[in-house]
Design a protein around this ligand. Sequence first.
Ligand code: NAP
Ligand code: MG
Length: 496
Amino acid sequence: MAPTDNPHKPFGIDYAPAPESTAVVNIADTYGHFINGDFVEPSSGATFPTVNPATETHLANIADGSAEDVDRAVTAARGAFEGPWGQMPGSERGRYLFRIARQLQERSREFAVLETLDGGKPIRESRDLDLPLSAAWFFYYAGWADKLEYAFPNRAVAPHGVAGQIVPWNFPLMMAAWKLAPALAAGNTVVLKPAETTPLTALLLADVLQDIDLPPGVVNIVTGAGATGAAIVDNRGIDKLAFTGSTEVGKAIQRVASTRRIPLTLELGGKAAHIVFEDSAVDQAVEGVVTGIYSNQGHVCCAGSRLLVEESIADSFVERLRRRISTLRLGDPLDKNTDVGAINSADQLQRITDMVATGVSEGADLFQPECDLPDKGYWFPPSVFTGVQQSHTVAREEIFGPVLTVQTFRTAEEAVEKANNTPYGLSAGIWTEKGSKILWMTEKLRAGVVWANTYNRFDPASPFGGYKESGFGREGGMHGLAPYLHERADVTGGGA
Ligand code: NAP
Ligand code: MG
């Protein structure tokens, strides 16, 4: 069979559609808040819709949380903390976490399809990344629940009490798992708020919590928009706050938390440099760069959104990158062949569109492969900017979309300087065959995570978090337990 010029049909054969069935999910018309073990109506009676961003179809009506609802959830969480959960040995808490993990595995297809429907991410990613990692987080922290005294030897630690946790829309279930698992393992109870556009998998998790008989009030889920999050931050019954989201909202939360001296962890934005040296395995580096910026449509806080490539290979590298991007398949997120799904919301699409227009007006050169965008839904093609100056907005600000900027460097020192020239410091990537160069760079890069010859790898045992405006505190590993505990002279052991 003769090869063709069409990147989507290299041998003249098209991909047949391979959509995942939605029969496995059962979406209710309306969802209440999950408080004290039950779904309850919002005090105001108000709801808001959540839609499928790939089709703009309505999925469900979601309870809009008021300060009163938050207060009810905090009261339930306090009751559980002072009641069964607070009295329970760590080994028992661990059992509940193991049960959650196993349920996530058993129902993973249902969760993955729902995540893709509500948020627009390709099923390949929700199935192969979000779900396995969410289960892994619960498995990992289940193991710590009765071993806190080993995690923090010679220190008497105790849970804070009621943790308020606010998560974003890019990895809805996974971010909830990253928050819930360490908080519960450490013995806290929780009031969680999912993002407005993606509440459904958190609400399905509530179903799991009922199934495993988690004591009422240990986890409470209050849905709503930013005002509901602000009501959690403002609630006097909250003993610890954890937030993942934008730097702007993170700063506002920090101002409130500092006046009340509430322990706080912030996982915020990023503008990661992905650094490719001349001596790297170039084709692998191209794959890594593509994964780093286009997976989950670039809605990834640690996305490798700034490519820094050694000048000597820049032209050929960009050429290979363009060829590779032209083969990415954009479309139905439920199709198992899809690489790039839908943008999460109309608002986010507008932000990305505006940022890219700014890039063009400031003089950067935009490349977008030819690709048909579906008529309905929110879509943005994978994009690359070359001819980028450090002063360009697209090189400085987080776009949170499938947009890569390319800059060059001549020496490793210059690469470090350019990589660190950002208010953020969440992650970075290095591609080189020289181990010594990796170690040298890793020491100098101001980034919480540095990947070498790979990108976007996560493991529950490995701490994740930022420097500078990317926030503080770590999630994952023993480091992720520490923010959920405090030292007390009058407590022996770790609640085990
Ligand atoms: P966002 O607007 O800051 O929202 C994050 C969460 O906070 C959502 O649940 C949001 O509710 C809620 N919220 C909004 N305003 C609030 C307020 N005044 N007080 C309390 N809560 C409030 O961020 P986003 O646009 O959803 O997410 C994208 C950002 O998250 C990006 O900057 C990304 O880099 C960052 N992120 C960081 C990490 C990390 O680990 N470092 C991971 C993922 C994402 P609504 O959704 O209803 O508005
Ligand atoms: Mg939605």
